[in-house]
Design a protein around this ligand. Structure first.
Ligand SMILES: [Zn+2]
Ligand SMILES: [Zn+2]
Length: 181
């Protein structure tokens, strides 16, 4: 099954992708499903899910939450998680039966002041997460993905991948980089 597990809609300030466009492109790319993971918002995800009439295509309602330890992706949400404390987010996800994934744990950025690296050793949160995102198409350095891949192997934690698409050209450009849940 081919899924892109990290997609932002225009509900994220940094994205311009509209729900109907996302759905059209994802299907054209031959994906079996996508997870919509807007920053602190699930409205876009619910919209895409509602728009999708194809029973063979899955739309996962997710959210990307900036916690005190760094970004966290949560999948299969019924309602938005408002917490920002990592442990509280994990608790809330558990209550909703949702999955917790650490995206781009070693992402290097130069533009933003906020670090995009996860602020705790991944081993210390191993028991609280379901997977680590080991492929993020927006990484400046492939080595940051490889590092995540190595540590997931070492910790025996499941791996996910995503485009982290925010803008249309990027979403198209990465259509061959498809990853698996
Ligand atoms: Zn992020
Ligand atoms: Zn993102």
């Amino acid at each position: 099954m081919k899924y892109d597990l990290h997609v932002h809609t225009h509900y994220s300030r940094c994205s311009n992708l509209r729900p109907e466009v996302i759905l059209k492109i994802a299907k054209r790319r031959g994906l079996d499903g996508i997870a919509i993971t807007d920053h602190h918002e699930i409205k876009g995800a619910l919209e895409v899910k509602k728009l999708n009439k194809d029973k063979n295509f899955e739309v996962i309602v997710g959210e990307e939450i900036s916690t005190n330890l760094g970004d966290v992706l949560v999948y299969y949400l019924d309602k938005k998680i408002d917490k920002i404390d990592f442990d509280e987010v994990v608790d809330e996800a558990g209550k909703q039966g949702a999955l917790v994934v650490i995206p781009h744990p070693f992402r290097t950025t130069f533009i933003r002041k906020r670090s995009h690296k996860f602020q705790a050793p991944l081993g210390s949160v191993k028991g609280k997460i379901d997977a680590i995102e080991c492929f993020n198409a927006r990484m400046l350095f492939n080595s940051d993905n490889r590092k995540a891949d190595r540590i997931s192997d070492k910790l025996k934690v499941a791996k996910t991948g995503g485009g982290d698409s925010h803008r249309l050209p990027f979403f198209l450009r990465n259509r061959h980089r498809i990853h698996y849940l």
